[in-house]
Ligand binder design. Structure first.
Ligand SMILES: [Zn+2]
Length: 255
């Protein structure tokens, strides 16, 4: 019995460790891509089956300095979290705790204000029109939150976000604010965020050209979106390669 308990605990610790390393790699890579903003924004990953226990960045640490051991382990059901001496950023808490508590399938939640996705979120029409493979990836996957009401300093913000993410949506484009993605793994959410920013860059570059868009049919966009879903291995390979680069160039992210 004791051996079973010990091996279960060891397995959980190993899983936890892997989640920390994956998330630290995502932080460092978003910093390299200039998708971070000052010491703000937040990424989290659930480490309990029901999603209520999760890892997230400590307040005020730059993404480029984030390491696996820095990540805070929080409990979405602990009302005293913001009273901790190492309390997370309140906006991070209100958004991520509610999303993890309400959507257990959202194992990883990433919130950024990257240049192009944020610019798209500031347009009167923020639709991600299907004009290339990357934009087609998001056909039917994007919810728009047009209820910006200042900084997210209450659980209402997280509850509203969770409500909008139902029905298989993986991206929440937050009007006048930024973007949030959810995924089944760190690799999946990281890849989704990466491609959403790429897609927004292409769309906004087309807008800047001032020429009419070549928008494809809904049928073709839906087909391409399904094909992306069958390409799940790409997300795993993407993060594996990033970890390999970081292992060679800045292995401290694993500490
Ligand atoms: Zn934000």
């Amino acid at each position: 019995m004791a051996t079973t308990h010990a091996s279960t605990a060891a397995a959980l610790a190993a899983e936890h460790r892997a989640a920390r390393i994956d998330l630290a790699a995502a932080y460092r890579w978003f910093a390299r891509l200039n998708m971070h903003e000052s010491v703000a924004n937040h990424l989290s990953v659930a480490v309990s089956t029901d999603g209520t226990k999760f890892l997230i960045n400590p307040r005020g640490r730059h993404f480029a300095r984030m390491s696996a051991g820095d990540l805070l382990l929080l409990d979405a059901n602990d009302p005293a979290t913001l009273d901790r001496p190492d309390a997370p950023d309140p906006t991070a808490w209100h958004l991520h705790a509610r999303l993890h508590a309400r959507i257990p399938a959202a194992r990883c939640v990433m919130h950024l204000h990257p240049k192009y996705a944020t610019a798209l979120a500031c347009l009167q029409d923020p639709t991600m029109y299907p004009i290339d493979m990357n934009t087609m990836r998001f056909f039917g996957r994007v919810a728009v939150d047009d209820g910006f009401s200042g900084m997210a300093l209450s659980d209402g913000e997280g509850d509203r976000a969770a409500g909008l993410m139902s029905g298989g949506k993986s991206v929440l484009l937050m009007a006048n604010h930024g973007v949030l993605v959810i995924g089944a793994t760190v690799a999946a959410a990281f890849d989704e965020m990466y491609y959403f920013e790429r897609a927004a860059e292409t769309l906004l570059t087309c807008y800047a050209a001032g020429k009419p868009l070549r928008i494809v049919s809904g049928e073709l966009a839906a087909l391409t979106e399904r094909q992306w879903r069958d390409y799940g291995r790409l997300a795993i390979d993407h993060l594996d390669n990033i970890k390999a680069i970081l292992d060679a160039q800045e292995p401290a992210y694993r500490r």
